[in-house]
Design a protein around this ligand. Sequence first.
Ligand code: F6R
Length: 352
Amino acid sequence: MSDPARVDDPAAIAAADPHGARDVLAGFPAQCRAGSLIDAARLPAVKRPRVIVIAGMGGSAAAADLVAACAAERVEVPVVVHRGYGLPSVAWDDTLVVAVSYSGDTVEVLSAVDAARTRRLPVLVVSAGGTLGELAVKRRLAWARVPGGLMPRMALGYLFFPIARALRALDIDVVAADDVAEALGVLEGMAQALGVERPTADNEAKRLAVAIADRWPAVYGGPVTGPVAYRWKTDMEENAKTFALAGALPEMNHNTIEAWRAPLARNLHLVLLRDAGETPEIRRRFEILSDLVSDVAGGVSVCQSRGRSVLARLLSLAYLGQWTSYYLALLHGVDPWSVPRLDEIKRRLSGG
Ligand code: F6R
């Protein structure tokens, strides 16, 4: 078992986090604020699109999920998140393609831009540079150019907010300006409460990581917070280098619930992402789930979203997940920044 005292020991934290991921996480609210002011150059004067397809992978796709979740609550234009090569067949006439890749070198996203060119679709690029940045310049594509130097999954604020801002400029208001202001305020309040200086007794993310310890987290959200549960899973995998499960209610009540049995479930730590916007039906489902699973699970933790708007509620849970996976990395004694296996796949694919 990992030593829980490690997350409160400054020397141990500095040794386990040589790239300073803690500073990037502490700066997340400022990153979001800066991201909310980044304009896209050469934004196309397109008429209102029939559909928006956002192509991205991994940490960049998490920004796309957030756009889709906000849009689902507010706008009638469907937002399709595309994780893969090329473009889906829905991306035809009157489609706006958003190509989001923090590094700008993700081959799947580059192939989506090529497909958009073949189909003569307008493209908005969101990237710190890379090949995608070069393409944006060469082909005069709209480009929200964001600051580089981060790990893509830690650049959520630089990826989400410029997409939302560009869509607003195209008259597709996926988030209200007031909601952006509210979300930034909520995140600023959380930064202090979750940072490394705040001891475990008074720090929700440290407490959660200590509670999860060597078990695998199984994170479930509701209909709105489901995409954030998936984001928790990927943060656990990439930061803490552990397996994690994710799902959403009500769907998991129709399948995964059967797998929650002793003795296997003892290896899992159930994390429930609860939300003030839950309907009574979903609230009841969470209660029944807790009741059925608490005795067989290795542990159970409940996290509550903060804020009023969907954006604040989703971002507050995502931020809590980032910090929790960070502390879990420290407990596991792994570097929360580097992703050597992911890099190795990219290197081999490029023939390096
Ligand atoms: C690494 C990370 C990955 C990347 C993914 C795609 O920090 O988060 O999930 O996001 O490999 O790369 P980008 O985001 O550069 O297109």
